[in-house]
Structure formats: C-alpha cells, structure tokens
Design a protein around this ligand. Structure first.
Ligand code: DAK
Length: 257
C-alpha cells in the first residue's frame, strides 16, 4: 500500500522522502505508515541509495503528530493496533541498514517527534518546534516516544516534556540533545544533504555495522555491548570495503567505496 501523501525523490546516492499533506500539517495516517514501509522496502533494495532524508512539505510542519481526526473513532484494541503499526515502522527506520536523517522543517509534535527520534540524526530548522502534547488529548505517546525521548534527553527532561505537553524551540531541543544541530530554515535541506554526502564518501558496510553497534549495543550492558562491537568489528574484515580502505591508506590515495 502506498500513500499519495508521501513523495520520494532520488538524487544519486541520496533519497528524500517528503511527508506531503501540508493542509493537515503532514499528520500521520495508517496509510502513511504502510506507505513508509513500501518505500523503505524499495530503498533498502536500491544499492544506489546510500542515505535517506526525511522531511515535511510546506513551511509550517515536519509532522504535527498522528492524525487526531482518527483518534475519536478508536477503541482500546484499535489504539493498540495503530500504536504497534507505528512502532513497527519507526523501529524499521531505526534499524534501517543505511543512515536516515530527519530534516525537521517545522512542528515535530507527538507522533512526528517520535518518528524523528527513530532517525539516526536530526537537523532542525531554527523555526522548528518540538513537543509531546498527547496528555492534552487525554492520551500518552504511543509510538515508543516515552522510551526514545527518555533515552535521548534523560528521564527528568522527558517527564517534563511529556507531563507539560509544552513545545520547545529548536535551540532548546539542541541543548538537551533532542536534535543534533540547528540551521537557518532556508539552508535546512542543503545542510542535510551536505551531511549525507559526507556519509556517502565512507564505507556503507562500515556505517551499517557502526549503526548496529551503537543502536543494539546501547540496549546491552557495557561488557556485552563492547563484545557485540568486537563481533561487528570482526565482520568488517570480511568486506571488500575494508580491503579497499586499508589499501587506499597504504597507497596514499582516496578510498573508493
Ligand atoms: N492531526 C490532524 N490534523 C491536524 C493535526 C493532527 N495532528 N495537526 C494539525 N492539523 C490540522 C488542523 O486541524 C488544521 O486543519 P483545518 O482546520 O485547516 O482543516 C490544519 O492542520 C492547520 O492546523 P492549525 O489551524 O491548528 O494551525 P496552527 O498554526 O493554528 O496551529 C499547531 C499549529 C501544530 C499548534 C496545531 O495544529 C496543533 O496543536 N496541532 C495538534 C498537535 C498535536 O496534538 N499533535 C498530536 C499529538 S498525539 C492514532 C491516531 C493518532 C494518534 C495516535 C493514534 N490512531 C489512528 C490509532 C496521535 C498521536 C499523536 O501524535
């Protein structure tokens, strides 16, 4: 199932997915999540694509949350089903074997903030705003936001954001570690692409293993995480990229990955 509200643009090694329903501030529907799964399947298979950028259409929003219009129709079973679908897709983004950069062009609220937190790197426009306003609707974050937010910014700050439901600006989001960097709105995509291209210069297999080590190792205790890292480090030595990278250094030339 695809969704008309998702746009895919490929430009060499970079693929950009745009959430494109600006009239509803790019709110996420069931169809959007299924559409994302279809696009991620395609981009995972496409060997030319090395980095994925996610952004929102229009000037106001990255994603202003899950589609609130659907909320009123839900019973508890439907709510759990939707939350599990959203979690599955955001987990897929997090475990995607290529880097995923969120270029946050405006509101990243509720499910929008949760989706951004599943990305590897978050670059925010200076006009972006972040928040988990679910308690204002009588619900809690359901797309694993309570888990990712606390891991990213710490338990106390996560509780403050979730319990007050208040928005914070991009600079504060950066200060607390919710976003990596803040840039001028009109330079957002340029900066995201520039970072993506730096990643493209490096070994895709090494980045895939590094992502795996950081994400999965962080869920283990230190000793097991370090052991897991050693296993992935060993796997690097089975790759052509490792041979090329080391040969290039010895031959005083740039590696071609
Ligand atoms: N869902 C649906 N429509 C939304 C929306 C959303 N999350 N956010 C904004 N819109 C729509 C508005 O209703 C409005 O539509 P029209 O009235 O023009 O038809 C249009 O986008 C423009 O919004 P505003 O007129 O409100 O624009 P403002 O600049 O005045 O305000 C705002 C911007 C971001 C402060 C405001 O729109 C706002 O507070 N939005 C809601 C933020 C929020 O609470 N997000 C959701 C958190 S809860 C599920 C479905 C959904 C969810 C979970 C499960 N199932 C189906 C199971 C939701 C989870 C969440 O994310």
């Amino acid at each position: 199932m695809t969704d008309a509200n998702l746009l895919l643009q490929k430009d060499g090694a970079l693929a950009t997915i745009t959430f494109n329903n600006p009239k509803a501030l790019n709110a996420l529907t069931v169809a959007t999540f299924y559409g994302m799964e279809t696009l991620l399947d395609e981009l995972e298979q496409d060997a030319d694509v090395r980095v994925v950028i996610l952004t929102g259409a229009g000037d106001k929003a990255f994603i202003a949350g899950g589609d609130i219009c659907h909320l009123g129709t839900l019973d508890a079973d439907g709510a759990r089903e939707f939350a599990l679908l959203a979690q599955r897709v955001i987990d897929r983004i997090e475990a995607f074997p290529k880097p995923v950069i969120a270029a946050i062009n405006g509101y990243a609220l509720g499910g929008g903030c949760e989706l951004a937190m599943g990305c590897d790197v978050r670059i925010a426009a200076d006009s972006a705003k972040f928040g988990q306003p679910e308690v204002k609707l009588g619900i809690i974050p359901g797309f694993a936001g309570t888990q990712r937010l606390a891991r990213l910014v710490g338990k106390g700050k996560a509780k403050e954001l979730v319990f007050t439901g208040e928005m914070i600006g991009a600079e504060e989001a950066c200060r607390i570690g919710l976003v990596n960097r803040v840039v001028a709105r009109d330079r957002l995509l340029e900066e995201a692409r520039a970072m993506a291209l730096k990643m493209c210069d490096n070994s895709a297999s090494a980045i895939k293993f590094a992502k795996d080590a950081i994400d999965n190792g962080l869920e283990m205790d230190f000793a097991h995480g370090a052991r897991y890292e050693a296993d992935l480090f060993a796997l690097c030595f089975t790759t052509a990229d490792c041979k090329e990278g080391i040969s290039a250094f010895m031959e005083k030339r740039l590696a071609k990955f």
